[in-house]
Ligand binder design. Sequence first.
Ligand code: GCO
Ligand code: MN
Ligand code: MN
Length: 389
Amino acid sequence: MPNNYQPDPKLKFTFGLWTVGNVGRDPFGGPVRETISPVEICDLLGEVGAYGVNFHDNDLVPIDAGQTQRDDIVRSFKRALKDNGLVVPMATTNLFGDAVFKDGAFTSNNAQIRAYAIQKTMRAMDLGAECGAKIYVFWGGREGVESDATKNPIDAIKRFREAINFLCEYSIEQKYGYKFAFEAKPNEPRGHIYFAVTGSYLAFIPTLDHPDMCGVNPEVAHEHMAGLNFVHQVAAALEAGKLFHIDLNDQEFGRYDQDFRFGSVNLKHAFFLVKLLEDQRYNGPRHFDAHAFRQSDYADVKEFARGCMRTYMILKEKAQRWNADKEIQQIVKTVNVQDSALSKLTAKYSKGNAQKLLDAPLDRIELAAAPLPYERLDQLTMEVLMGVR
Ligand code: GCO
Ligand code: MN
Ligand code: MN
């Protein structure tokens, strides 16, 4: 059946104001695209068929705006959302751009800056709630150090916990119904960022006052910067019931933070990621936290946005093909050797089961001889991906 890969609203494809609105600034050069307003960004996203748009407080409302300016901006933004059939599933705080956060926000050494960061987040949570957001992302871009002489890493964890506990209570009291999603990154802009990988947050969450409200927002590029297998990080989050949001993009291993179009670098990883999300029926937003090449004009930025969504849809179709492929499934079945009697024994410890297991005739030489045709399985996977199967 022909498929034109139109964005499926059920997949909840979202972009940040800061992604398609990225003007191409980098450490070595200024903007290469003119700034477009939040309303124009909504028009662009409406045109390419996105489901929603996310923002940091200051992507929408400048940090020094007064109340009237804020209200005017929010009014026109809400109209643009409506005109373009967009929703706002997620909001977040810019706790990294202003000079006040140069040495961190929630983990700053200065109690007054920590308090300001919490205050700014409360206001940004108000703004997000006003626009309908139900997921609140925490990315600690400046929560780190260049030198461990400058901050105590144990204090940093305690300070971060205190801030999150405070903000959970605020969300509950205001009846915002937010779910908090923590986004890890190992470095950039800091030399070292605390909570370097998704697993760090999975270990941190149970220590909070409201662990049920809290989950993670893993990002492809961030785990690849750390040299990790992103699919495994996402699997850990899913298995723990903690995948509240996901930032999709791409990244060469071992390079600077690139934020490339989803699937454009590591196609095979992207395939297994989409397959995992779809097989597990992940139902949250699929957020593209990426931006177009610096060479692109806004016509090409639209191609970038369409490309992110198309690649996801195409990989979803490839995953269905993989799941339906008879030879692939036969191999999967063969290598997953079943033994219900032994599985019953090992499922739960008891003295009796332990004794039976000790007595079980398990022959390691015979077991090692069972075939594992993984070369064939992997090549079949590649052929599905390359479109010849
Ligand atoms: C980055 C991060 C950010 C966050 C955003 C939302 O590398 O800059 O990915 O884009 O996702 O601040 O919290
Ligand atoms: Mn990022
Ligand atoms: Mn991100």
